[in-house]
Design a protein around this ligand. Structure first.
Ligand SMILES: Nc1ncnc2c1ncn2[C@@H]1O[C@H](COP(=O)(O)OP(=O)(O)OP(=O)(O)O)[C@@H](O)[C@H]1O
Ligand SMILES: [Mg+2]
Length: 254
C-alpha cells in the first residue's frame, strides 16, 4: 500500500488534482484505490461522482461520535480501534468498482479526543492495507497534521499558486510534517492551474523540493465543477488531465 497526500493553500486545486490522480491510477489499472476526503468541506465526493449521504453512508466523524461518545461502554472487550474499524466498513465506506471512498467529516476536526484519535489511527492502519493506493485530499490549513491520524506517508504533493504565501506554505508544511513526526518518502511541489509557465525556474531556485510540473488551466474542469460532474468522466485528452498524467509520470508513477 502506498499513501499519497495532497496539500496546499485554499483553492490551489488540491481536490481536482486528487480526482485527476484517481482517474490516472484507474486508467493504469492500479486498483483498488481508497480515497479519503479529510477536508470538512467535503468536495472530493462530488468531483469523483460519489454522494456519501445518498448512499446511506456516514462520515468518520459521525461514526466516532456515535461509537465513543454516545454509546460509551457498550461492546466491552472489543478494542476501540477494532470497534471503529468495523463501523467504518459497515457504515462509512462507499464501495465502488474502481475505488472505495470515505470522508472524515466535520465535527471531528474541531475537537481533540485522544481515545478516538488513537482508535481511528489504529483502524486506518489495518483498513488501508487492503488497497494498492490510498489518496488523501487535505483541508487547506496545516492543523490536521497535528492529529497524526496517519503517520506514515509515501508522497506528499503540495500544490502552490504564484504567491509568496504559497511558497511559505510549502516550507511550513514541510517543517510541520517533520515536527509532528510524519514519516514521508517524498515531498513534491506542483504548480497549480493559476501558476504561470516560466515561473518554474524561480521555484526551483527558491524551494528545495522536487518540482513535478504544473497543472494546466482547463475550461472543462471549471465547467464540470460548476455542474457537479465527476472529473473521472473528463475526456482523457483535456489539458488538465494530460498535465496531471505528466506530473504523475515525473513522480515515478509510469
Ligand atoms: N485545472 C483547472 N483549470 C481551471 N480551473 C480549475 C482547475 N482546477 C481547479 N479549478 C477551479 O478552481 C476551483 C478550486 O479547485 P479545487 O476545489 O480543486 O481547489 P482546492 O485547493 O481543493 O480548494 P479548497 O482549498 O477550497 O479545498 C474549482 O472550483 C475549479 O473551478
Ligand atoms: Mg478541496
Amino acid at each position: 500500500m502506498k499513501m499519497l497526500v495532497v496539500m496546499g493553500r485554499g483553492g490551489t486545486g488540491k481536490t481536482s488534482f486528487t480526482a485527476l490522480m484517481t482517474k490516472y491510477l484507474i486508467e493504469r489499472g492500479e486498483t483498488p484505490l481508497l480515497l479519503v476526503d479529510s477536508d470538512p468541506d467535503q468536495n472530493l465526493g462530488e468531483m469523483v461522482g460519489v454522494d456519501l449521504y445518498e448512499q446511506g453512508k456516514k462520515t468518520i466523524s459521525d461514526l466516532l461520535i456515535e461509537t465513543f461518545l454516545e454509546e460509551g461502554g457498550t461492546l466491552v472487550g472489543v478494542p476501540p480501534s477494532e470497534r471503529i474499524e468495523s463501523r467504518i466498513w459497515a457504515y462509512g465506506m462507499y464501495e465502488g468498482d474502481d475505488f472505495d471512498f470515505i470522508a472524515v467529516g466535520t465535527k471531528w476536526i474541531e475537537g481533540c479526543y485522544c481515545l478516538p484519535d488513537a482508535a481511528l489511527k489504529g483502524a486506518l492502519e489495518t483498513l488501508t492495507k487492503s488497497y494498492r493506493y490510498v489518496l488523501v485530499d487535505s483541508p487547506a490549513g496545516l492543523e490536521h497534521l497535528n492529529r497524526r491520524i496517519t503517520s506514515k506517508v509515501d508522497d506528499i504533493f503540495d500544490i502552490i499558486d504564484p504567491s509568496k504565501k504559497s511558497f511559505d506554505h510549502v516550507k511550513r508544511a514541510y517543517r510541520v510534517a517533520k515536527e509532528v513526526k510524519i514519516e514521508f518518502q517524498n515531498f513534491y511541489v506542483i504548480g497549480g492551474y493559476r501558476f504561470p509557465e516560466g515561473l518554474e525556474t524561480q521555484v526551483r531556485k527558491i524551494l528545495p523540493f522536487k518540482f513535478l510540473g504544473q497543472i494546466s488551466y482547463d475550461e472543462k474542469v471549471e465547467e464540470y465543477v460548476l455542474l457537479g460532474k465527476s472529473l473521472l468522466e473528463l475526456p482523457s485528452d483535456t489539458p488538465a488531465y494530460l498535465s496531471v498524467k505528466r506530473i504523475m509520470e515525473n513522480a515515478g508513477y509510469a
